[in-house]
Write a protein that binds this ligand. Structure first.
Ligand SMILES: Cc1ncc(COP(=O)(O)O)c(C=O)c1O
Length: 398
């Protein structure tokens, strides 16, 4: 007797979540590398090529050797929550207003599960990092994408965001600097969005994972702009991943009102319970240790950003609004044949450069490709050479 297909038992909720399109490029590239032994240049993931600083690795090693390997509190080691609180202005209460998570991605997941009811709306300006959009759906909410104007280099337009906030809004996601555009929000824009959200009893989730990586003025942290009344509606997500080259350690956090942090902490017992204990000791070392290795990485990203801007300037038919922060170049490739997925496919299959199509970041990203300059400078140069060759071949100039 046949027992039917196990696929039929996949929940509608799980079935509705497609593969993340940045990861899909990574997976296809990995297949080409293993099956065809191709030499590919990886510019698709936001993955710093630096090793985690030695003092951070040492802290995890010492913790593990000393037997500090047990479950920790659901909200994270108190010592780490204190270090997080000390890094923020105004200082939150580490006992009730800080939760340590498995990367910023889990902070978003728990926050959206905590503040969204089915039918609620989550406002996201796009192009945007796609994970919270899927997570909003997982929480039963409807993501409302608000495209930022491509003609203005995707600079955040607070008017458009405010206009999308209404009685059904549960949360507004405000990422500064943004992935994939590298754009930042000014103080006035943040204040307006926060005010409009608070008027509708909605939260602003300020994603500040790239705040330490800026090339122009450092954008203000949302918490420093809000007064006590508005700050109740602010949830700030941050992470060790990008700033300290710690993507695989999976340590992030959320800072916000005790009500929300308390509910997230209760939910967490039933999902991941807590974050890897030695990784939390590593995070303490990252937050409280020497700044020099971190500043050196930030200087290297700045050099790579300048290299990408200069090189792209020389390539006909491709343009870039110089990123103000993060480590992505969101290239306008609309002069090339086909949609952004087709351009990314050709670059991968014919020229061996792995990028992410602009539509991975919402419909407003069409006509663009994201290149991550978190890759090492040699690979970045090689990738830019290949991009230039592609464009010249396709435009008949080569
Ligand atoms: C804008 C943005 N926020 C948050 C994250 C979460 O990173 P992690 O979960 O590694 O902390 C990412 C990762 O790429 C990101 O691009």
């Amino acid at each position: 007797m046949s027992h039917g297909s196990s696929g039929d038992r996949i929940s509608a909720r799980a079935a509705a979540i497609g593969p993340q399109r940045i990861r899909a490029m990574f997976d296809r590239a990995a297949r080409l590398e293993s099956e065809d032994d191709r030499d590919l240049v990886h510019l698709e993931l936001g993955e710093p090529d630096f090793d985690t600083p030695a003092h951070v690795v040492r802290a995890a090693d010492e913790a593990a050797r000393a037997g500090r390997t047990n479950y920790t509190a659901n909200a994270g080691l108190f010592e780490l929550r204190e270090a997080i609180a000390d890094s923020r202005e105004p200082r939150p209460d580490p006992a009730s207003e800080v939760i340590v998570t498995n990367g910023g991605v889990e902070a978003f997941h728990l926050a959206l599960e905590t503040v969204c009811d089915p039918g609620d709306e989550v406002v996201v300006s796009t192009p945007a990092w796609p994970n919270p959009i899927s997570q909003a759906r997982m929480a039963g909410a409807e993501p409302i994408e608000v495209p930022m104007p491509a003609a203005e280099g995707f600079s955040p337009d607070p008017d458009r965001i405010v206009a999308a906030i209404g009685p059904e809004t549960a949360a507004v996601i405000l990422t500064s600097p943004a992935n994939p555009t590298g754009r930042t929000f000014g103080a006035e824009g943040i204040r307006r969005v926060l005010g409009a959200a608070a008027d509708h009893s909605a939260f602003v989730i300020a994603d500040e994972v790239y705040r330490g990586l800026t090339y122009t003025d450092v954008p203000p942290p949302a918490a420093a702009i809000a007064d006590d009344d508005l700050r109740k509606w602010l949830l700030t997500v941050d992470s060790c991943s990008k700033r300290y080259a710690m993507t695989g350690w999976r340590v992030g956090w959320l800072v916000g009102s005790g009500d929300v942090v308390g509910a997230m902490t209760r939910l967490r017992e039933h999902t991941t319970s807590s974050t890897n204990a030695p990784a939390q000791y590593a995070a303490i070392a990252a937050l409280t240790g020497p700044e020099e290795p971190i500043e050196e990485m930030a200087r290297a990203f700045a050099r790579r950003r300048d290299l990408v801007c200069d090189r792209v300037d020389e390539i006909p038919g491709v343009s870039l609004a110089p990123p103000e922060g993060a480590f992505y170049a969101f290239l306008d490739v609309s002069d090339l044949e086909g949609e952004s997925q087709a351009v990314a496919d050709r670059l991968l299959e014919e020229y061996g450069v792995v990028t992410a199509p602009g539509t991975a970041f919402g419909a407003g990203g069409e006509g663009h490709l994201r290149l991550s300059f978190a890759a090492g400078i040699d690979r970045l140069e090689e990738g830019l050479d290949r991009l230039e060759r592609t464009v010249r071949d396709e435009r008949g100039a080569g």
